[in-house]
Every structure is written in C-alpha cells, then in structure tokens.
Design a protein around this ligand. Structure first.
Ligand code: PLP
Length: 376
C-alpha cells in the first residue's frame, strides 16, 4: 500500500488531455515555448560535456552562476548576494523544496485558484492544507484583499503568488504587489512568488515581489526564458537563513543541479532580454491573432492576457470545461480545461499560443466551428 500523501495526488488534468488525443491533433495545450534555446547556450552545453564538466557540483549551484543570478536582482535589492541564491532542477523542484522547508503538517497555505497545477499538491505532500484564494475574471484575475483577509487563520503559514500567471495571464501591478506584501507582513506569512514568466509581459511591466523585507522566496526558471524546459534548470532566491534551510531539502532531492547545463546558461545570461524579447515579439503577434479570433466566437469571452503565453477564455455554455475540452479533442484540438487549475477555472479553457501560427489558425478554426454550433 502506498503512502496516504501519494493516494491524495491526482494525475494532472493536462496530462489526461494528452493521453486521449487522436493522432495529428492540434496541440494548444502546450506549456512551453516552441523555440530552441539560444545557439551560443547550446554550443556551450556541448562544449561543457566534451570538456569533462560531467560531474557533481556544489548542491546550491556553481558559485559563478549564483553570483550572476544575484546580480540580476541587484537593481531592486542592493544587498542580494550569492548566498541568497540556489540553483534548482527547474522551478518545479524549487517550489517543492521550498514547500518541504516551509510548511509543517497542518499548516495552511494560500494558493491561487485558478493557479498552476503544482502549488496545492506540493502543500499536501508537505502535509499542509492548501486554501484556495480566487482570481476572478471581472477583477482582471487579480487577488481580492478582503477575501484573503477572511481566509487567514492562526495556522496560515504562507501565500503562493504567480505573476505573470499561468493560466490566467494576469500581471500584478505595483500597487497589488505592495498590498500583498503588506498583507503578508500583517499576518507574518512567507510569500512564495513564482516568477517564471517574468520576461513575458505584453501590458504594463513585471513587478517582482523580491526586494522588500525578508519574507519572500522567489522561484524562477530557465525553462521559459531560454526555451529549455527539458534541461531542468531553475533557481530561487530566499533570505539567507531560509536559503540555507531550503538548500538542505534541495540537496536531498537532487544532490546538485546539472553541471553542464549551469555552465551553458552562464553564457546566455548577459543576453537573456534579447533572447526572450525575440520570443515575446512572436508571442505578441500570436496573442493578437488569438484575441481577434476569440472575439468573433459566440459564447466565449476573453480578458487579454497581460503576460505569459496563454489565453484563458470563459465560456457561457451550460456544460463543464472537461466536456468542452473532450468535445474539442474529438475534433482534433487539444486544449486544457480550466478546472485543471482549480474549481474557479470551471468555466474556462486554457489555450497556449506557444504553437506555430499555422497550428494556431487551424486550432482556432476548430474552436470557432464548435462555438458557432454550440451558440450563445
Ligand atoms: C507558473 C509555472 N511555474 C513553474 C513552472 C515549472 O517550470 P519548470 O519546472 O520547467 O521550471 C511552470 C511550468 O509550466 C509554470 O507554468
């Protein structure tokens, strides 16, 4: 018999969709850029492997990379240094190590609903209780402070935030970030801020939670900024004493991050804005395509995503997101049902625009036909 904590974990709704897809289906369920990593970074990886950098490194990451990553945040925090930084096996491991280092059995953790699929299961694996707070479409998917105040109990330990957000595309403006930090101060909560889409903003600009006070763990990743989801490399920033504690868990999870991959990303970090900027320009064009097409479809309404690369339209049809996504799947289109991200996503679909324009056109054609047949 397996442990209770494992029995409670469901297979992600995203995975289930993929498994039922007919051959040749158009995939708008993707959560990764359809680009290659920068050429110089790929070449640096190959060179690292050929030159014998194939061994364990320090568990918190190569000092030179930790230093470089600290530099990235120095403009918003002059005191940040490499002791604040841990290089992780992707944002996923950074989130898991943070959860295991922070949450006690019985702790409560505020998690966004809809929100990325790892936050609630990570809390459960750590023995904690995820408490959803809502990101609603009429509020442009921003958190409601009054609701948050009502959810806090003496057991609340942390709050997970994600801006730019997967799946909503919401980006928190400065005033919202400041209010959430003040809220965390009032209730002595740690803020776990997932900022893996920080380079992908179309409206306004990214405001990091890092840099004010000492209660933030920032999780980031090279997966999206360098289009290298398969390399499994990310990083986190934490106040120094907490970073040392998270590093203990991290060591037991992965021993150390990949040495050749770290060597390679060091080469790309100076030009990360150019790399991400080129992707962003293409995503911006596709975003317009998607919004225009959705705007013409009966029964669907979409708040333009301010960041990341997902549209999260709401449908008015009297059915569930799983049923709609299932019908679309039969017609050859993979989407992600909104409730894969929490109950508040129940009337939404997530469409990724990290797919070629040709595939987007075809996919939107299928969705448009379905919408016209289903009506308002
Ligand atoms: C919001 C968010 N956080 C974290 C991750 C984890 O990414 P990785 O583990 O590849 O860094 C993802 C991946 O889709 C994501 O969308």
């Amino acid at each position: 018999m397996v442990a209770q904590r494992v029995r409670e974990i469901e297979i992600s709704g995203i995975r289930r969709m993929f498994e039922g897809a007919p051959p040749g289906a158009i995939n708008l369920g993707l959560g990764e850029p359809d680009f290659d990593p920068p050429k110089a970074v790929v070449e640096a990886l190959v060179a690292a492997v050929k030159n014998g950098l194939n061994h364990y490194g320090p568990s918190a990451g190569l000092p030179a990379l930790r230093e470089k990553l600290a530099e990235r945040y120095r403009a918003i925090d002059p005191d940040v240094d490499r002791e604040n930084v841990i290089v992780t096996a992707g944002g996923s491991e950074g989130l898991m190590s943070t959860a295991l280092a922070l949450y006690d059995p019985g702790s409560e953790v505020l998690v966004p609903d809809p929100g990325f699929v790892l936050y609630a299961p990570h809390a459960r694996i750590a023995g904690a209780v995820p408490v959803p707070y809502h990101l609603r479409e009429p509020n442009r998917f921003l958190p409601d402070l009054d609701e948050l105040e009502g959810l806090v109990t003496p057991r609340t330990r942390a709050m997970v935030v994600n801006s730019p957000s997967n799946p909503t595309g919401g980006v928190f403006p400065r005033a919202v970030v400041d209010r959430l930090l003040a809220f965390a101060d009032r209730h002595d909560l740690t803020v776990v801020s997932d900022e893996v889409y920080d380079e992908m903003v179309y409206e306004g600009r990214h405001v990091s939670f890092w840099g004010k006070g000492d209660r933030v763990v920032l999780v980031n990743s090279f997966s999206k900024m360098f289009a290298m989801t398969g390399w499994r490399l990310g990083f986190l920033l934490a106040p120094r004493p907490l970073a040392a504690e998270i590093n203990k868990v991290h060591y037991h999870m992965v021993a150390c991050p990949s040495t050749p991959a770290q060597t390679a990303v060091l080469v790309g970090l100076d030009t990360v804005h150019e790399t991400a900027g080129a992707m962003l320009a293409e995503f911006r064009a596709r975003r317009s395509m998607v919004l225009q097409a959705l705007g013409r479809m009966p029964g669907l309404h979409c708040v333009p995503p301010a960041g990341a690369f997902y549209a999260f339209p709401r449908f008015r049809w009297p059915t569930t997101a799983y049923a709609v996504a299932g019908d679309l799947l039969k017609r050859g289109l993979i989407t992600t049902p909104g409730d894969a991200f929490g109950a508040a996503g129940a009337k939404h679909l997530r469409l990724s625009f990290a797919a070629s324009r040709a595939h987007l056109r075809q996919g939107l054609g299928i969705l448009g036909e379905y919408a016209r047949e289903t009506g308002r």
